[in-house]
Design a protein around this ligand. Structure first.
Ligand code: IPE
Ligand code: IPE
Ligand code: MG
Length: 254
């Protein structure tokens, strides 16, 4: 057995995270190291997305959420933003049939209103095509910000209170959670960041409250199935205590 098969087999018998999110960082630096423009790093990053989606599917992970474009990324040079939008459109058009064939439910989370009509329509079409699929749920976070997510959830609750369909006392962690993106998915278990930085960059602020964090120096285009399985394997060795003592946590497991 090669290392991937060993890790995959280990993953089968393990405490598998149900929901994994990834901050796919390091495309620009990867390209610069090769003496190329940043854009080629984004293009190369698509291959890592394919590898991780295939591996998540094989490992029976329920939900995979990928950070593709943050609400702050609009501040990049217009040319880079344009290329990222074109790439998004191209990948959507090209890959969605394959996702559908593999029973993957696809969705995009974030404030989609800032995208072109064409892109918004393409996203809606892709979501509709895969809406009834029962396998892996693949969420792409685009023009997403964790603070935006909490604000839009708060707005929905405020509007319900205003309309009288709920009272102020009905606002609690559960009802606010219900209005956040990804609320219908299992709780986030593992948050991976590639590219060597140790920060959340306004990703899933609410959802990551008790997620295990995994940081790697690997730049996103170099991230592959083996590295993904290694992150899952590392998760298996973490003791999740959720505020309790280690002893309590271990006893609860037995
Ligand atoms: C992540 O790679 C992709 C996006 C943010 C769209 P970067 O483009 O941030 O790459 P680095 O961090 O500059 O290397
Ligand atoms: C986070 O990466 C966003 C995505 C991976 C889409 P950034 O490269 O934008 O994060 P910062 O700017 O280094 O915090
Ligand atoms: Mg970056």
């Amino acid at each position: 057995m090669n290392k991937i098969e060993v890790l995959a087999e280990q993953a089968d018998n393990k405490n598998i995270p149900q929901h994994i999110a990834i901050i796919m960082d390091g495309n620009g630096r990867w390209a610069q190291l090769q003496g190329k423009g940043r854009v080629s790093g984004h293009k190369a990053g698509v291959e890592s997305v394919r590898a991780v989606v295939a591996s998540a599917r094989k490992s029976n992970i329920k939900a995979l959420t990928l950070f593709a474009f943050s609400s702050e990324n609009w501040q990049r040079p217009a040319k880079e933003v344009g290329v990222l939008m074109d790439l998004f459109m191209y990948v959507l058009t090209k890959e969605v049939k394959r996702l559908h064939k593999h029973n993957i439910r696809f969705q995009v989370v974030g404030d989609l209103s800032r995208f072109s009509d064409k892109l918004q329509k393409n996203i809606a079409k892709s979501e509709q095509l895969t809406a009834d699929n029962t396998g892996l749920v693949l969420s792409i976070a685009a023009n997403y910000g964790g603070r935006w997510d909490i604000v839009q959830a708060a707005k929905k609750l405020a509007s319900d209170v205003k309309q009288g369909t709920m009272t102020l006392d009905d606002i609690n962690e559960e009802s606010l959670n219900e209005q956040t993106c990804l609320a219908d998915l299992p709780t986030l278990d593992l948050l991976i960041r590639t590219g060597g930085d140790y920060r959340i960059s306004n990703f899933l602020l609410w959802q990551a409250a008790y997620a295990e964090l995994y940081f790697t120096d690997t730049l996103w285009p170099d991230f592959n199935e083996m590295q993904f399985l290694e992150a899952i394997s590392c998760f298996d060795h973490r003791e999740r205590r959720f505020g309790k003592t280690g002893e309590q946590a271990r006893n609860a497991k037995i």
